[in-house]
Design a protein around this ligand. Structure first.
Ligand SMILES: Cc1cc2nc3c(=O)[nH]c(=O)nc-3n(C[C@H](O)[C@H](O)[C@H](O)COP(=O)(O)OP(=O)(O)OC[C@H]3O[C@@H](n4cnc5c(N)ncnc54)[C@H](O)[C@@H]3O)c2cc1C
Length: 383
């Protein structure tokens, strides 16, 4: 039986481990922290999945297969951690993201409902409608309950005999599929997958020039009682401005309402503090004051920092780095939704060199899926 070592137990490492074990590999994972790891990019109440993707049609077209991969995972785990909310996209100017999303969605046959500012005011009385230049609503999309998913996936792997070892890698020898740990020991396997999230550039010099870790602040809120009911059935909100804007995740399944910044923050050490200052928290709230009515009446539940691994054009890096090693990196704040899909795709590619050769272009959102890649995922869904 071929062996695989996966470095990192965030959504990417766990998904790769799951898919490789399904494909017949004897898998082990290595993780420097607890799992779920609150310092990892994957661990928070929520992560969003949506078809609206601006002009990135490659990623828009990966969303349906991503749903298929989630269905497969949830079915195998016997737990389903997803709440559909739909998407409300707003733009305060004639920027390009919203019209590009609408055009791409319509071209691929998705039902998109365009809204005028007055429609928004009527449907969502907790929002201010002034300054809305463009808006649409789409029924698909929703919230993946990320912390629960990571926990479920880790339990599923352990149940299937996949060990998750606690240990910190200090270097990677990709050619030998070998990892050196800070206690002086090494681990190796036939295949190595490095899925170290924002720590990836530190371990792989070849990635360091292409990916940078950034510290993103999010603020969790409790709406005032008279707004709670409206928020409980609200769509995810993407409010786009010329210089970024904000997103809001509605308070589904007992989680708080969450607001974050669309822009990439400054590069920062992923071992830095997760706590944030009141000024950092206020800066996020300031992005939303023009849109969320009476925001001063909302109670701040908590605020924290979480790291992105940013590739400048937001293209994922799912590439071989030797004959025996692959890297998963560059997820740039939009990778979670694709974790199980990318894991399955990697495992599939290892049995087919033509799929393996085409995988990096597809994962970068720049090419159609290689023939045969998604067939197996669909067959799995139907099994
Ligand atoms: C605030 C925020 C909001 C986001 N929103 C969305 C969203 O709405 N939708 C979406 O799809 N995506 C979203 N993302 C992006 C998504 O969460 C990430 O792309 C994804 O979680 C990356 O997963 P990962 O497994 O690569 O990284 P991680 O979850 O960080 O996992 C990497 C793991 O590797 C371990 N590791 C690293 N170095 C070592 C080492 N030397 N030795 C041993 N272990 C090591 C780490 O401890 C960590 O647990 C968001 C991210 C953030 C931060």
């Amino acid at each position: 039986m071929r062996t695989a070592l996966v470095l990192g137990a965030g959504i990417m490492g766990l998904s790769a481990g799951w898919a490789l074990a399904r494909a017949g590999f004897a898998v082990r994972l290595l993780e420097q922290d607890d799992v779920p790891n609150p310092r990892g990019s994957s661990v928070d109440d929520h992560r969003l999945i949506r078809h609206a993707y601006g002009a990135h049609t490659g990623y828009m077209r990966m969303v349906d297969p991503a749903y298929g991969a989630w269905d497969l995972l949830f079915r195998e785990a016997g737990e389903r951690h997803y709440v559909q909310t739909g998407v409300l996209a707003l733009a305060g100017s004639t920027g390009s993201w919203l019209p590009a999303s609408r055009a791409a969605l319509l071209a691929d046959g998705y039902a998109v409902e365009s809204l005028a500012a007055d429609d928004v005011a009527v449907a969502y009385d907790f929002l201010r409608s002034d300054g809305i230049a463009d808006a649409f609503r789409i029924a698909s999309g929703g919230v993946l309950l990320a912390r629960k998913i990571v926990d479920t996936l880790a339990r599923l792997l352990r149940h299937r005999g996949v060990p998750i070892e606690r240990g910190r890698a200090v270097s990677v020898d990709a050619a030998r599929a070998l990892v050196a740990l800070d206690d002086g020991t090494t681990r190796s396997a036939d295949l190595l997958v490095v899925a170290a999230g924002p720590w990836g550039p530190r371990l792989l010099p070849g990635i360091a020039g292409r990916v940078r870790p950034t510290r993103q602040v999010v603020v969790r809120l409790a709406p005032p009682p008279d707004r709670a009911e409206a928020w409980a059935c609200a769509p995810m909100l993407l409010d786009l401005a010329e210089n970024g804007g904000f997103y809001a995740v509605p308070p589904v399944a007992g989680t708080p309402l969450k607001i974050g910044d669309h822009r990439f923050a400054a590069t920062a050490d992923p071992d830095g503090p997760r706590s944030v200052t009141p000024a950092e928290s206020d800066a996020i709230l300031d992005l939303a004051r023009h849109r969320i009515r009476d925001l001063e009446r909302y109670r701040v539940v908590s605020a924290s920092a979480c790291w992105y691994d940013v590739e400048p054009l937001e293209r994922f890096i799912l590439e071989p780095i030797s004959d025996r090693s692959w890297v998963m990196s560059g997820f740039s704040g939009h990778g979670f939704k694709f974790g199980p899909l990318l894991g399955l795709a990697l495992a599939r590619s290892l049995s087919d060199p033509s799929i393996a050769a085409a995988l990096p272009g597809w994962a970068a959102g720049e090419a159609a899926p290689p023939a045969g890649l998604l067939d197996e995922i669909t067959q799995d869904q139907m099994a």
